[in-house]
Design a protein around this ligand. Structure first.
Ligand code: DAH
Length: 332
């Protein structure tokens, strides 16, 4: 019985000093292993006289149980301790920076354009990207077989399950929204139409199969090209804040305007840049929209938003806008 008391004392002392699982395991072997101190006593029970056996037996069994419980409790604690450093907050670690996204440069430019035109009392209108042949061409005075159709290479859409009777395409410009808006509204009005457009073209530094345009349309009883000139010059002066801009107006041809013109700008004495098409709305376009061309007149224009962004930020290649390359995007 004395031995048992000593074993218990020694074990408890060892347990107090066991700092990790390896030390606990060593303790288990030392006392409960095949040649462990307590095991040897249990084994020796068979050679004892009955009296001794009766006393020592239950005491040794109880001690084994106690040791096992103590060991398994301590092991559980040691296990938690081992994983604790991972879960703990390391107050000395440097802070993690949150990265915040921002609007794409083309969206920023489009927003700015909307703001400037809104300040001149224009409304913003949108139209569908999948358009019918009628709105994209016919109603804009570009009938089938007209050579002007060659100016707009197109992605045609298969009619699919809808079995539409109309030919559908990805719109080649935002001009069809002129017709859609006039069909649903009475003049006078002034609108801009920003939106995505498509051309079936080989891409290069200044051409993409997908780009953004801004259409403008102003209709009233006495709208003239002088009004157009004022609006366009006011717009560019605001858009290129403070940079000195010269304007040049050249005759041009677009089937939906008469006369048609093209506007060039020269910024701070640089090169002349073709910037937009425009003109007085063709009487036949008014007829398609069910307006009386003797009663109403107006101007229309179309600008490439990508082109404006390229000029404003001196971007040499339109394809960068659609590349998804963060080294480019993060510069804005
Ligand atoms: N829709 C023409 C294009 O994509 C641009 C354009 C020219 C629009 C003259 C107009 C306009 O409204 O009057 O090439």
């Amino acid at each position: 019985m004395e031995d048992i008391a000593k074993i218990k004392q020694a074990f408890l002392k060892g347990l107090g000093g066991a700092k990790d699982r390896a030390a606990l395991e060593a303790l288990r072997v030392e006392y409960l292993g095949r040649k462990g101190k307590l095991t040897l006593i249990l084994r020796s029970l068979g050679g004892m006289v009955l009296e001794e056996k009766k006393k020592i037996g239950p005491a040794a069994q109880a001690l084994r149980k106690e040791f096992e419980e103590l060991l398994s409790n301590h092991e559980a604690v040691a296990k938690e301790g081992a994983s604790a450093p991972h879960a703990a907050i390391d107050l000395t670690a440097p802070g993690r920076r949150f990265s915040r996204g921002h609007l794409h440069p083309l969206t920023q430019v489009e927003d700015e354009i909307r703001r400037i035109f809104a300040s001149m009392n224009f409304s913003v209108v949108e139209g569908p990207e999948v358009e019918s042949e009628y709105y994209n061409f016919d109603a804009l005075n570009i009938p089938a077989g007209h050579p002007a159709r060659d100016m707009w290479d197109t992605f045609w859409i298969s009619r699919g399950a809808k079995k539409s009777t109309e030919n559908l395409l990805l719109r080649t410009h935002t001009s069809p929204v002129q017709i859609r808006y006039m069909e649903a509204h009475e003049p006078p009005f002034q609108i801009i139409v920003p939106g995505r457009t498509f051309r079936y073209e080989a891409t290069d530094a200044s051409h993409e199969i997908n780009f953004d345009q801004l259409e403008g349309l102003v209709v009233g009883k006495s709208i003239t090209l002088a009004n157009f000139k004022f609006v366009v010059e006011a717009f560019f002066e605001k858009f290129f804040k403070g940079r000195k801009i010269e304007f040049r107006y050249r005759p041009s041809y677009f089937p939906f305007v008469e006369p048609g013109i093209e506007v060039d700008i020269k910024i701070a004495g640089g090169k002349w840049l073709e910037i937009m098409g425009a003109g007085m709305v063709h009487p036949r376009v008014f007829e398609y929209a069910h307006y009386n061309p003797h009663e109403w007149q107006g101007f229309a224009f179309g600008i490439g938003i990508d082109r404006l962004a390229m000029i404003k930020y001196r971007v040499p290649d339109i394809r960068l806008f659609y590349s998804g390359d963060l080294r480019f995007i993060n510069q804005f």
